[in-house]
Design a protein around this ligand. Structure first.
Ligand code: FES
Length: 552
């Protein structure tokens, strides 16, 4: 332990400040402030759950202790971290819960979990609790299940009463695996290079806390349906993810299926093996993935938009660090993933931040040239989140202060949005956003081209995920993030994947439909398309996404 040498260092934890006391860890100070820090080991350095992200003042802290050697970047274990300087401010936050704008629900979908016919795999016969007809327990108490969406950035859980289909409670939090990197390739590299399944164990600790907070006895939870991209799902099910990071980017389950060793890419575990505090004979079901990086979350989206029965041509786009795209109907379905990176989630942007209180989420340029800013929580701005970035790009373009190539007028390299809070956008930020957009647009063009349609042929365009839900549609069309379709065709649906997971939890018929549906999807590998580079270059420009001459 390196104790602090003097005063006053100030710790600001989740926005609350306290002077650092000698011999007390960052965790101890969080307790004094009443900040809830996850722990299962009582500050022994064993559970790895007390992680915090240091936003400022990393240099004022003690060196990393042995239990922290697995952490990268600005992450520390708060129980192992002490002030080690004479003065200054350390600002940090725990993994965020509650106040982060995490989408729990979806809107505008054709089927709603609460209206489907209840047909769960867990049933009751008197006091016998059965899974697929096999007795697993004797109880007259309630029967619960969990639908879970493990995203790279956020995790969402829904607790459902399996006898009524009612939502009992839900929970959401930032994925604590961020210490292994912001996007899936970094997590794969981390998991491959560090023995001990640290990513899984850390997430399992958070899932355990979330489950224990539910207002029911965890022993009444008999089934969990897990969706997530291929990497997140496979990490949870203790699969090696090495092959997902290597060309041709296949999950071990996909490889085994191609070799005839399994008939589905879905996975199951018992409750006992899952590390979750649920009934030990519960079943944990990982929904099948589609292919490559197009995972079980995209598969769940297909279920939620009822693609198996859809005659109209439908697109689903989940914009994130790894954007997933689905295009099709009940006759033919294509899917692709686009490695967009974290720019539209505020990563790699000088004043970027997630959609938290203090994030600028709306931007307009007034007639006098000044910026009008909408800030989440109506407090002083601290940075810009994804929807704010789309707005500012659109407004700069509209007013001629930025051209289609992303260059600012008058040769400037930065544009200030708010003087007082020193929030600005750099031309280099615009380059990052251009490349993220380029990857997404290349995906759109490739899938459209392989399907042999024009964008106008799409009859319904679902924007999935939290970012998609809060986008300004006109701004997104102006900068060319989404195709220029009429607003009547665009549905900002939010978290579609958790709806699909819920449907699969409530209906074994629908779960079977999902298993069949994924086998019919044609996976579109962007990098193999002869025009991919042209599509990417086109997509890096800030102009509407429209027809582009294609080789058919
Ligand atoms: S409290 Fe368990 S590692 Fe810090």
């Amino acid at each position: 332990m390196v104790a602090n040498l003097g005063m006053p260092v100030t710790f600001t934890i989740n926005g609350q400040s306290i002077d650092a006391l000698s011999g007390l860890s960052l965790f101890d100070h969080a307790e004094r402030l009443g900040v809830d820090v996850p722990t299962s080991c009582r500050k022994q350095g064993k559970c790895k759950e007390c992680m915090v992200e240091i936003v400022a003042g990393m240099e004022l802290l003690s060196n990393r202790a042995e239990p922290e050697k697995h952490l990268r970047g600005n992450f520390r274990l708060s129980c192992q971290t002490y002030a080690s300087a004479a003065s200054g401010e350390v600002r940090c936050h725990t993994m965020r819960r509650g106040h982060m704008r995490i989408e729990r629900d979806a809107l505008g979908l054709p089927i709603h979990p609460r209206r489907i016919e209840l047909d769960p795999t867990v049933t009751r016969d008197g006091d016998r609790i059965l899974i697929d007809g096999v007795e697993v327990d004797r109880s007259t108490g309630p029967i619960h299940g969990i639908a879970m969406d493990i995203g790279t950035t956020t995790v969402v859980l829904r607790l459902i009463d399996l006898e009524t289909g009612e939502l009992v409670a839900d929970a959401s939090f930032e994925n604590p695996q961020r210490f292994g990197g912001a996007e899936v390739m970094a997590r794969i590299s981390y998991d491959t290079g560090h023995p001990g399944r640290l990513l899984l164990r850390t997430l399992a600790g958070y899932l355990t806390h979330a489950t224990q907070r539910f207002p029911v006895d965890p022993m009444t939870i008999y089934e969990v349906v897990v969706v997530g991209n291929s990497t997140m799902r496979d990490l949870f099910f203790r699969q090696s993810v090495y092959t997902i990071g290597q060309n041709p980017y296949r999950s071990i389950t996909e490889i085994e299926m191609a070799e005839g060793k399994r008939t589905s890419t879905s996975l199951t575990l018992t409750g006992r093996r899952s590390l979750l505090p649920i009934h030990p004979r519960a079943r944990v079901y990982g929904a099948p993935i589609i292919s490559g990086h197009v995972g079980a979350d995209a598969a769940a989206c297909m279920l939620a938009v009822d693609l198996a029965h859809e005659d109209r041509l439908v697109a689903v786009m989940d914009i994130g660090t790894n954007t997933e795209l689905i295009l099709g109907n009940r006759h033919r379905i294509l899917a692709a993933s686009c490695p967009a990176g974290p720019a539209f989630e505020g990563g790699a942007i000088a004043c970027g931040m997630p959609a938290l209180d203090g994030a600028i989420e709306e931007v307009a340029i007034r007639d006098d040239g000044k910026f009008r800013l909408g800030v989440i929580g109506n407090i002083a701005p601290e940075g810009i989140c994804g929807s704010g970035l789309v707005d500012v790009l659109s407004e700069l373009l509209r007013t001629g202060r930025m051209n289609e190539m992303g260059r600012f007028d008058d040769g400037k390299s930065r544009i200030t949005l708010d003087d007082e809070s020193a929030i600005f956008l750099l031309e280099s930020d615009v380059n990052e956003l251009a490349q993220a957009k380029g990857a997404n647009v290349a995906g759109l063009h490739t899938v459209r081209n392989r399907y042999g349609i024009e964008f106008d042929d799409i009859e319904l365009f679902y924007l999935a995920g939290g970012f998609g839900r809060h986008l300004d549609i006109e701004a997104s069309k102006r900068i060319g993030l989404i195709p220029s379709l009429p607003e009547s065709k665009i549905v900002q649906a939010g978290n579609i994947a958790i709806e699909g997971a819920t449907i699969a939890l409530l209906s074994k018929t629908k779960r079977q439909e999902l298993e069949e549906l994924v086998k019919r999807v044609e996976h579109c590998r962007l990098e193999t398309h002869p025009q991919f580079f042209d599509f990417f270059v086109e997509g890096c420009q800030f102009k509407p996404v429209e027809s582009f001459p294609c080789i058919h």
